[in-house]
Design a protein around this ligand. Structure first.
Ligand SMILES: *Cc1c(COP(=O)(O)O)cnc(C)c1O
Length: 340
């Protein structure tokens, strides 16, 4: 185990439950959902487990201001803003235009991040993340304060360590249920969550494949990203066998569509379907793409009836207001029908 310091953010264990309608409709695999979207404060999501170790490191360095970065509708910036608020730290969130599409005024995460007290700075498409973070940190220092920089997605070695806790917790829950899943399906972006799961994969009964549905990068690049994260994790877990961990990982790049941050027809269909059949909220950028990937695997017969699959719900629903126009709803202030 590890002795890395950790602050408390996650209401662990998060629930693990069945999606009965989905299973019945497909006459097929038993799908369990691991509810990381319910992981405690700030709208939940997979970033909170990372932030437990990342913020502990920040506090240990004497920082008083967290500086981080993400896309316009970043779940990571929103979660970091909440976590910083909880631990009495200021937070600056740099929000980069990643899609070239003007953000709607209904931004969900942007609204919430400012509600949590973060100062948000909007930056144009093509912004160099490292340079922007360094510049913002220098400004904090010039103001006599102490910055701590958290890179996009919080996927430092400490961040990946948090995702490894998820594997250990999930492994315990699966053992208690007496099930051995054939796959764990999840969205993969900066790769930290998948790397952490892979690092903890020996805790999962049944040797499941870790099926990462890429939300932006093609297969080879995403795999290299996960591998790089695993190598940084060796600093904290010297016994980690990177080759063995990576061997569990499969990258699926069939759901990216036009690119990161852009909803697809399949991701929106998955969001609508899970909302209508299970009352479960996904988002069209991460979990909708991951669920679309799982549904495609079931459709193609690559996941068989009788198998057990775990879908890791990594969060993201707080971004939904920003994408409402993709769901056939009239924009606010448009010609929509009024209820009264
Ligand atoms: C950040 C995020 C991911 C991807 O996690 P990584 O560790 O960056 O790969 C998946 N789902 C949601 C909802 C996220 O916000």
């Amino acid at each position: 185990m590890t002795t890395s310091p950790r602050v408390d953010l996650v209401a662990a264990p998060t629930p693990l439950h069945a999606l009965p309608t989905l299973t019945a409709e497909r006459g097929g695999p038993r799908v369990l959902v691991k509810r990381e979207d319910l992981a405690g404060i700030g709208g939940g999501g997979n970033k909170l487990r990372k932030l437990e170790y990342v913020l502990a490191r920040a506090v240990a360095t004497g920082a008083d201001t967290i500086v981080t970065i993400g896309a316009h509708e970043s779940n990571h910036v929103r979660a970091t803003a909440a976590a910083a608020a909880r631990h009495g730290l200021a937070c600056i969130g740099l929000l980069v235009d990643e899609t070239g599409v003007a953000p709607t005024p209904n931004g969900g995460n942007r609204f919430l991040a400012s509600l949590f007290g973060a100062r948000l700075v909007h930056l144009p498409r093509g912004t160099d993340y490292e340079a922007a973070l360094a510049g913002a940190a220098a400004e904090v220092r010039a103001a006599g304060r102490v910055p701590f920089v958290v890179p996009a997605g919080g996927s430092t070695a400490e961040g990946c360590l948090g995702a490894r806790d998820l594997a250990v917790e999930l492994g315990g829950q699966l053992r208690e249920l007496g099930v051995e899943p054939s796959r764990i399906v999840l969205a993969t972006g900066t790769g930290g969550t998948l790397a952490g799961l892979a690092a903890g994969a020996d805790s999962l009964p049944g040797r499941p494949v870790l099926h990462g549905v890429s939300v932006g990068a093609p297969r080879a690049r995403q795999r290299a990203r996960v591998e790089a994260r695993l190598h940084t994790l060796v600093d904290l877990l010297p016994d980690l066998d990177v080759v063995r961990a990576l061997d569990r990982v499969v990258i699926d790049d069939a759901q990216i569509g036009p690119g990161y941050g852009v909803p697809t027809e399949a991701s929106c269909a998955a969001v609508s379907r899970l909302a209508r059949r299970e009352g479960l909220l996904l988002d069209p950028i991460y979990t909708g793409k991951a669920m679309a990937g799982l549904l495609a695997e079931i459709e193609a017969g690559r996941v068989r009836p009788g198998e057990v699959v775990v879908f890791v719900h990594t969060g993201g629903a707080p971004s939904l207001p920003a994408y409402q126009d993709h769901f056939g709803r009239a924009p606010a202030g448009g010609q929509g029908e009024h209820a009264t």
